[in-house]
Ligand binder design. Structure first.
Ligand code: CMX
Ligand code: CO
Length: 141
């Protein structure tokens, strides 16, 4: 439906929040520690769209052996992944998985701001780590 967020790996979350606020005049709308993903993160709001908003997601690793920690060691700071907003993450996983793209999650996981997320292997999507996001307010309880 839209680009939900661009995930950016950094060493120092507070420093990068200040940089993005100052440079692009963005506002932090959520902060979270996600132990399962191994990150401390902040979401900076860009715009509102169909089925959810668009954001910049700043990511600091909780440990060196987490996905973002390994990425920083290999490539340094920069764009880590692109996340697409989808109406139904389980259905999107099934459809995309059926095309031979490797799913990195067997089932949807907890993402930013109560969303439901899943990742696709970067090697199967032209080198871009890709996340699927179903926004919280579209999830049935
Ligand atoms: N973007 C593009 N390519 C990437 C990548 C990334 N973010 N991370 C790793 N790769 C590439 C590497 O460059 C490497 O390629 P080469 O073999 O050609 O050098 C290959 O993938 C394997 O890299 P690795 O360092 O050995 O890493 P792993 O295979 O252990 O893990 C991945 C890579 C994508 C499977 C893992 O990072 C993962 O499962 N990610 C999904 C979860 C995640 O990233 N969570 C943090 C964000 C949470 C959030 O957004 O909420
Ligand atoms: Co993300």
């Amino acid at each position: 439906m839209r680009i939900d967020h661009i995930g950016i790996a950094c060493h120092d979350l507070e420093e990068k929040i200040a940089l993005f606020e100052r440079t692009f005049e963005l506002t932090v709308v959520a902060r979270e520690v996600n132990e399962e993903q191994g990150v401390k993160e902040a979401m900076l709001h860009i715009a509102d769209g169909e089925g959810g908003g668009s954001y910049i997601q700043l990511l600091e690793p909780l440990s060196a052996d987490s996905p973002v920690g390994k990425f920083l060691a290999r490539r340094g700071e920069g764009v880590h992944h692109v996340a697409f907003g989808v109406p139904d993450v389980a259905q999107a996983m099934e459809r995309i998985g059926g095309k031979g793209v490797r799913l990195l999650d067997e089932r949807p996981r907890h993402g930013s701001m109560g969303s439901s997320i899943a990742f696709l292997h970067p090697k199967d999507v032209g080198g871009m780590l890709t996340e699927l996001v179903q926004a919280a307010d579209t999830l049935r309880t």
